[in-house]
Design a protein around this ligand. Structure first.
Ligand code: TEU
Ligand code: CA
Length: 545
């Protein structure tokens, strides 16, 4: 077994700064706001924060378009505030993991501003340029992820540049050694300021070969990550997690396997993408299927049984609220939130909580397109309505899967806008903020926050949760997710009901017995017999004797 690292036992918490806490009433969350809420996070017991981008940015994609890697967005604060956050978090035993967005920059980055003026400047080659196609149009018909063509023309150089996302996010050319050196230098500069690691945005895209039309997991990907490891990461006690929409169980260990010297773990999305409509994408209705979901989840658990590591999550700033998407955000909201947390946190890997998840925040359910702010949602609305999709149909899909569901203000108390700001928030607060908020949850006898706090503590206390291997149970059951974790002679049994109905299932005899209930959502359970009966959205975990 590999030596224990601090992040094996720690739980992460993602802060989306724009929506977390606004300290000065301008309606936008900021770094002093985060500092003011560190008490909330240390009460929860987390080991580190993954901080979504706070760098200087025109905010076309809320900071995933960086115009200066060595500065802070003015609406979020200053470099001094950032140093203060790093130090204040460290005092509470919390590391700051920064978002590293290096597949692309903002088109306002000084490099691109120079690159677009002349083919002869060194920065020109920091980006991906191709001559116009034979008809004078784009080099090929590749589409950008947020809509429109993936190529944009610049007259001064009579060339097109490539952008996988929006035209405001030109892709960097990782073939250029000077560019790579500049990135590595910037990464070391941040690490030397005392941060605890990096979450690497769409890192699976940097090895692309646009001429071969290979974007994800391209031919240069792993040599590039290995170089980054050699030049920046090696020898530092940090956490690295790559966002990899394309990783599968075939490729997962290439990132984090033994002796790869790449990164510690990946966020992979097969369990999420499985739930999208195969042709119409994420804005079309498509029911959640627990059996498929379990297969993916357990295949990854098997993959990391003996080597590698994994990041465990259902939510982030790009995904809907998990109680709304996977369970019930009405009558059974508390049980749902606890059940999802229990079954995810007790798997092998490092769990990540997305802000507001710890109090069971729900989807936004906006009724009009002008309530949305996300360019992904707004661009696809225009595209699809032009293709004849009725606006109400699109809004229904967005209610389920738009990125803005996760981006409404954090709900702290029953004050206007959930106490997020004293001004007007940049995006409307969820109307349920007066009842679903931190203050209310903490005084509730069935506090969701308290349930998360317990799960985080259980991970700290029990090696079987950290290092045990996972044995799936009831794989074909359409409503129950259950598994064992085993380490030496210890066995943990975990079960959750994904249905709003009571459910029963027959467990294999060798699983049954008595033990100590570590966590539960309904009644305390000290034994399991062959007839497993679960109330709607019930969950529990027992350490078997
Ligand atoms: O996301 C990568 C990405 O592919 C997403 O756009 C994703 O497919 C979609 O949002 C699912 O709803 C990362 C960041 O997490 C995202 O916020 C950025 O917009 C994107 O990269 C570009 O930097
Ligand atoms: Ca502010």
């Amino acid at each position: 077994n590999t030596a224990e690292r601090w992040w094996h036992r720690a739980t992460g918490y993602q802060v989306y700064p724009r929506s977390f806490a606004d300290s000065n009433g301008d309606g936008v969350g900021d770094i002093p706001g985060i500092i003011s809420k560190l008490g909330h996070l240390s009460d929860l017991g987390i080991g580190f924060i993954w901080l979504s981008p706070v760098y200087a940015s025109p905010m076309i994609d809320n900071g995933y378009d960086i115009s200066d890697y060595r500065n802070i967005a003015h609406e979020f604060g200053t470099l001094e505030d950032m140093d203060h956050l790093i130090a204040a978090a460290k005092d509470r035993g919390i590391g700051i993991v920064m978002d590293l967005v290096v597949n692309h920059t903002s088109s306002l980055h000084a490099w691109f501003q120079r690159a677009r003026t002349s083919r002869d400047l060194p920065e020109h080659d920091f980006y991906i340029w191709r001559d116009p196609g034979p008809d004078g149009g784009p080099p090929d018909d590749m589409r950008a992820y947020f809509g429109g063509p993936a190529w944009t023309y610049v007259e001064e150089v009579d060339r097109y540049y490539f952008h996988y996302f929006s035209p405001a996010q030109p892709d960097l050319n990782w073939q250029n050694a000077d560019l790579r050196a500049a990135i590595y230098d910037m990464m070391s500069w941040w690490l030397d300021r005392g941060i605890a690691g990096f979450r690497m945005d769409v890192i699976d895209l940097i090895g692309k070969d646009v001429d071969a039309r290979i974007y994800e997991e391209g031919p240069d990907l792993h040599p590039l990550i290995q170089e980054m490891h050699r030049k920046v990461l090696a020898g530092r006690d940090i956490l690295t997690v790559g966002e990899t929409w394309s990783a599968s169980t075939d490729t997962g260990l290439l990132y984090c396997g033994r002796d790869r010297k790449e990164i510690d773990m990946v966020f992979e999305f097969s369990h999420i993408r499985d739930g999208w409509h195969p042709d119409l994408g994420k804005f079309a209705a498509h029911p959640f299927n627990l059996v498929t979901f379990k297969r993916t989840l357990f295949a990854w658990q098997e993959l990391i049984r003996d080597e590698g590591w994994h990041a465990l999550f259902l939510s982030n700033h790009d995904l809907p609220r998990q109680v709304s998407y996977y369970a019930d955000d009405g009558e059974h909201r508390r049980a749902s939130a606890k059940m999802l947390a229990t079954v995810m946190h007790l798997l092998k890997g490092t769990p990540f909580i997305y802000q507001g998840e710890e109090i069971g925040m729900t989807n936004a359910k906006f009724e009009r397109i002008d309530q949305y702010r996300d360019l992904d949602t707004l661009n696809h609305f225009e595209e699809q309505v032009a293709l004849g999709v009725p606006p109400e149909t699109f809004i229904a899909g967005a209610n389920r899967n738009s990125r803005d569901n996760a981006r409404t203000p954090m709900q702290w108390n029953s004050a206007p806008h959930g106490g997020f700001t004293t001004g007007t928030p940049w995006i409307e607060a969820n109307p349920n903020a007066h009842e679903i908020n931190v203050e209310q949850d903490l005084i509730h006898p069935e506090s969701i926050f308290d349930h998360y706090r317990q799960l985080i503590q259980i991970r700290k206390d029990h090696d079987v949760v950290v290092f045990g291997h996972t044995v799936p149970l009831l794989l074909d059951d359409p409503d129950i997710l259950a598994y064992q974790r085993k380490l030496g002679d210890e066995t943990l049994l975990v079960a959750g009901n994904f249905s709003d109905k009571p459910r029963r299932a027959e467990l294999p005899g060798e699983v049954c017995g008595t033990g100590e209930c570590l966590i539960h959502s309904h009644d305390v359970r000290n034994k399991v017999d062959r007839d497993l009966a679960l109330a709607p959205y019930e969950s529990f975990a027992i350490l078997m004797k």
